[in-house]
Design a protein around this ligand. Structure first.
Ligand code: ATP
Ligand code: MG
Length: 393
């Protein structure tokens, strides 16, 4: 029996004249994501992408991989049938015999995009349902709360049968590469990886910057950030991670500026340097994991102070989310366990005891004047290390 993977995609169907371009990008992303996993043939027809996998034992791995690609709403492993009622029924019995065990409550749902097929969808569902009920032991028809929903789809050239409950839900969103590029300020914390994933979901390619305070932060902390980038890369493909040496700036702030302004001045440096890295790499926006009111540096007046040093949009997808919601998402995208590893972040090392919560731009600018800002920034930018991070398998 021949099997195939049916991939359904969502929002790009609404894109009118741009749809073919978006479909092409999605197919390219699928092909890139799978090329090292299996040999596949990808075709597209009537808003479904068909993935044929040469190595049968790799079909499940390919399905799992597909379920991480933005733009895809569902992935189903299905049996291929000739477009006759007899073949659909024969294949259904053979393909689903381990799922439709005695006592199973089941129903059949049918869809036909080929309107020339002799039965309409309701008739086909009744026919196949009746057949399975008769031929298999002790099945119970239950259209309201089935344990097993046999899905039959009659399409252009073939018909397909699969169990709806086994279909994998996709990420949704838009294919990466349809929305330009943004640069994620990626710390080792819980929030920024979630923020990156949320923006990437809208089809936006991601670069990442991390501020690193050697020797105050260890190589393990750097490994942790690389690991987080590699988890995000599962959804986006390769991520360019720029590691910025930050120690000298932090020491200069510590030695010259009022302690209660330290965090904000540090964050202003981060924004400015990130903007330079972003512009050097044709990125159109920054992304942070800030959430309103979560800490002193994330009150509205603090955001004004940090935002005012740059001239590019800052995307803050977590701004209205509670920590519990962010943590839920971190679990869902699988970054949480890595984020909570206990290595010091550059900010935890230099945290003031009493940070200002209601800062004014003028007051921070005045404290900052004691530094040679341009020279510090230039030196940090020259020291940037680029790491190409590949998806974690
Ligand atoms: P996170 O969990 O993402 O670390 P947080 O709640 O700890 O966030 P802050 O430490 O105030 O918040 O940082 C706010 C945002 O600034 C982070 O979400 C991240 O985008 C960015 N950021 C903080 N530290 C770094 C760093 N060392 N390198 C790169 N970006 C950073
Ligand atoms: Mg943090």
């Amino acid at each position: 029996m021949k099997e195939i993977i049916l991939v359904k995609y969502g929002e790009i169907i609404l894109k009118g004249g741009n749809r073919p371009k978006f479909e092409k990008i999605l197919i390219q992303n699928i092909s890139d994501a799978i090329k090292n996993i299996a040999t596949v043939k990808i075709t597209i027809q009537q808003a479904t992408i068909y993935v044929e996998v040469e190595e049968e034992d790799r079909i499940d791995i390919v399905c799992e991989r597909l379920s991480l690609i933005f733009g895809i709403v569902s992935v189903a492993r299905a049996a291929v049938c000739e477009k006759t009622v007899e073949d659909i029924e024969k294949v259904a019995i053979e393909y689903l015999k381990d799922d439709l065990l005695p006592g199973t409550k089941f129903k059949v749902e049918a869809k036909r995009s080929d309107k020339k097929f002799p039965l309409n969808s309701v008739e086909l569902a009744i026919e196949v349902g009746g057949f399975l009920h008769e031929e298999m032991d002790d099945l119970i028809v239950d259209v309201h709360q089935p344990e097993a929903t046999v899905q039959v789809e009659v399409r252009d050239r073939f018909a397909f049968v699969y169990l709806r409950e086994k279909r994998i839900k996709g990420q949704g969103g838009m294919p990466i590469g349809t929305g330009g590029k943004a640069t994620l300020l990626l710390s080792g914390g819980i929030d920024s990886p979630v923020a990156g994933h949320m923006i990437a979901k809208r089809g936006i390619e991601i670069d990442a910057v991390n501020f690193f305070s050697f020797p105050y932060t260890s190589d393990r902390a750097k490994e942790k950030v690389i690991e987080l980038a590699s988890i995000i890369a599962r959804y986006t493909s390769k991520i360019n991670l720029y590691i910025v040496p930050f120690t000298e700036i932090q020491l200069a702030i510590r030695d010259n500026c009022p302690e209660e302004h330290m965090t904000l001045i540090m964050r202003r440096f981060m924004m400015k340097i990130s903007e330079i890295v972003a512009k050097n790499n044709k990125s159109l926006a920054l992304i942070t994991g800030e959430s309103a009111g979560q800490v002193a540096s994330q009150t509205l007046s603090a955001l004004d102070v940090t935002n005012s040093v740059i001239d590019m949009p800052v995307l803050r997808p977590l701004i209205g989310m509670d920590k519990t919601e962010i943590i839920e998402r971190a679990h869902a995208i699988d970054t949480f366990q890595t984020s909570i590893l206990p290595y010091e972040d550059c900010c935890t090392v230099f945290t003031p005891k009493h940070p200002t919560t209601n800062p004014k731009r003028a007051m921070i600018e005045k404290s900052e004047k004691r530094l040679d800002i341009d020279a510090l920034i230039e030196k940090a930018v020259v020291g940037v290390e680029k790491i190409e991070v590949y998806p974690k398998m």
